[in-house]
Write a protein that binds this ligand. Structure first.
Ligand code: NAP
Length: 270
């Protein structure tokens, strides 16, 4: 009998770390299932969902670039993802056979923040793409105060702030980072092969937290600058593992062994 499986779909897909993460947890828990990477082009997306709907072994999929918005047309939204984040990264099949889309980037981003109290506090978010949408959704739910959104395309940033009902202002990327409890980089700047993200952090209070969702390299220029100032930091692998953990439980019905995160991080960096 074939094994149950889940997968990540994208175009390209070879770079994805999801098979390593889910494979590590499946092995750790002794679950006899697979998690694979499957190359799906935009043209093939409708056929992909039609075929997988009929496959009894398919538990669901993660969805990555460029399908996060397009996949919404093929699934039911039993939450608020369509009207809020507007993009999904996880699809599962419900007991009634329906394909259900959700976005685990938002809880994956929020999990490393733990119980940090951000209610009413000023925050700065850099970026206005898909990841920024999930992050602004998560921050709005935590009741943050004024949001300074720095983005190359300022109009896009302003539209996001008003779309999520957040107070604050959108500024160009060369705007200085104002005093903030939390600074999040949600652009691809600082990633290997991309331009660096050069920001002046001097206005941040000493207890500010700096969070970079870029994970290649793990120690970005932003995190290095924050550490040099003695600020607390969170790196991109924490969100990557966090979003995968929520999806894993949806696919395989078991909580991943997060007490083994240090080992998992070592494997991902090796
Ligand atoms: P996206 O939708 O394409 O958005 C890209 C963002 O980066 C936009 O704000 C864009 O600005 C900005 N940007 C890109 N190139 C730029 C440049 N040369 N100069 C200035 N701004 C630039 O991408 P995404 O899906 O949001 O992903 C963004 C990053 O987050 C990627 O590095 C991705 O790997 C990472 N990510 C990490 C996780 C995790 O779990 N750790 C999850 C999701 C994404 P404009 O709006 O002006 O174009």
């Amino acid at each position: 009998m074939a094994k149950p499986y889940a997968e990540v779909i994208g175009d390209p897909i070879g770079h994805s770390k999801s098979p390593l993460i889910h494979g590590f947890w499946l092995k750790a828990l002794g679950i006899d299932a697979d998690y694979r990477a499957t190359h799906v082009t935009p043209d093939a997306l409708p056929d992909y969902f039609a075929e997988r709907t009929r496959d009894p072994d398919w538990r669901g999929c993660n969805v990555t670039v460029p399908h996060k918005v397009a996949a919404l047309a093929h699934v039911e939204d039993r939450g608020d993802v369509r009207s809020t984040i507007g993009a999904i990264n996880t699809v599962i099949r419900a007991g009634d056979g329906a394909l259900i889309g959700s976005n685990t980037d938002a809880p994956g981003f929020a999990a490393p923040l733990g119980t940090l109290d951000l209610a009413g506090k000023p925050v700065t978010v850099i970026g206005a793409g898909g990841a920024a949408r999930a992050i602004l959704y998560a921050l709005a739910r935590r009741g943050v105060g004024a949001v300074t959104l720095l983005n190359r395309n300022v109009e896009k940033g302003a539209a996001l702030l008003s779309g999520f009902g957040l107070d604050g202002q959108a500024l160009p990327l060369d705007g200085a980072v104002p005093a903030s409890a939390l600074v999040v980089n949600a652009t691809s700047l600082g990633m290997t092969g991309q331009p660096p993200l050069a920001l002046d952090l001097s206005a941040l209070p000493d207890d500010a937290l700096v969070y970079d969702i870029v994970y290649a390299p793990l120690e970005t220029g932003l995190l290095a600058a924050a550490r040099a100032r003695g600020l607390k930091t969170i790196d991109g692998l924490e969100m990557l593992i966090g979003q995968a953990a929520v999806a894993f439980e949806l696919f395989f019905g078991a909580a991943p062994p997060r007490e083994r995160d240090a080992e998992l991080r070592g494997m991902l960096l090796g």
